[in-house]
Design a protein around this ligand. Sequence first.
Ligand code: PLP
Length: 564
Amino acid sequence: MAVRKTRASSVEFNPYTQAARRLRQASKIIREGGSLPIHESRGLRSLARGILGHLDKHLGIIPLSPQDLVPPYIIKTVQYTSSVTEADRAAELRRTGNNVFCVKAGTIFLDFLTDSGTGAQSDRQWAEIMGADERYSHSVTFEQFVPTVQQVFGKEFVLPVHQGRAAENIAFTVLLQHLMEKARSENKQIVCIGNTYFDTTHGNTARQGAQVRTANCPECNETEKYFPFKGNADVDKLAEIVKEVGPENIGFMVMTVVNNTVGGQPVSLKNLKAAHALAKQHGILLILDAARIFENAYFIKVREEEYKDKSIQEIVLEMTRLADVVLMSCKKDAIANMGGLIATSDRDLYKMFETYCILIEGHYSYGGMSGRDLAALKQGLIEGSEFEYLRSRINQVTELGNGFRRLGLPIQWPPGSNGVFLDGRKFLDHVNHLFFPAQRICAEIYRRYGIRPVEIGLSLAGRGADGKRIIPDLDLVRFTVPRRVYTGEHMAFVLSALETLYQDRGNIGGLMFDKEGMGNGHFTSTFKLVSPGEIPQLLPEVERYFSAPLRVYDQSYLPPNARG
Ligand SMILES: Cc1ncc(COP(=O)(O)O)c(C=O)c1O
């Protein structure tokens, strides 16, 4: 705001100083037990609102009105949450070695661990559940499920599966098995490319023996800088990989929408089209990991000028049109507690998926799900892609992110579709990065307030193929927002908890391994508390531990008949 000079005195007139003086005077009067004239109270409220508006602009807050946030539903059934005490939670942390993955969910007041399978079902979904057909094959529910998926994704062949990783297992086994055999016989390596793969997507690809090489847009690492599509792939880099490896040695390309691992960040249609063009130029199969495709489509509608007049359904069809195979964990955007699907228009491919599905998931008309699961999922696909719902869902997450920014807390900006990611290293900047600052924040906020976020950082990163601990670029605390579950008051409670925690951060230290869990060790590791004063003394020991290789899978088992 411009500072102007008064004509009479030539003294600098600063509206902020003026406002501060009025606010100071008013607070002195109130403190001393006096009262303000009503017109002055009103004037000060509007002045304060004006100042807050300027501060928000200065902080780069995304402005949202009550209309942007109001959900298109009301609460009809409620579930009471835990009311255990801080002392009980402290005992639970001692029992579990300070790992919030292992605490009993009944001790958690607000759970921000994941948005997967945690959404609230609507009355329409419950009605579908009650009317579901549980007959073994080709149930009435399945016969209704197929046309719904065909309509939403524009693909002819549909296979239900019990969750996303089952879809990956079936698709990647079929797509890679033969290719891998051929590559092994020719002493070659198969490489799969894309934007960031989710852990299970990566695991299911690597399990077949293929290598995963991803290239994300560089903007996603600049956490505090605004970029509308931080989930984008770096298509030029992907093209370089194709050239280096040779197109015949590429297994497939996966585009994950939204890109969960970099903060639930969306991919633009422009970027998806560029990835598709590269894939088609070389005859590479494009797979869409569509776990959060509706939320991604919402971002395309509101951030990509060309698509602002298209409906969510039109944008979704435009996205799936670019893919040969759509894999979906329906526990996210389809607001189902369980479920997944595969969709494609390639009959031959579908037939192969079907054969493998029967072996591991059950008949191709239920894919590991009860009729009830399938019915809820079908209805969830419709509700999850409605614009009004998506607007309130994504704006709830954005407003939580706005709250973090107002408190001056460092987060991935702008917030993605499914949660707010806090930078643990910056929050506890006095804690050495090897002492799990993000994991300690999770334990601390759980103990004090009963809120459970999840660490996406040092503990999750685990060990590499060389057996050494991986030190990731970021050590984040993810506050993942379940769908249709928490209100604005719950969010206000989270923010007030974080404000108090931040004020006390100087007293919070870190963690060190008590016993490191093997494999996906973040689920099972136990930790000891380390105070800020102990860190310098313990650092050499911790550095030694981190640089020493360790085998993460014990493969020494032999059945008794094979032991010599
Ligand atoms: C992007 C993405 N893909 C795949 C999966 C795996 O899905 P599921 O948990 O249903 O197996 C997840 C789960 O969180 C995910 O976020």
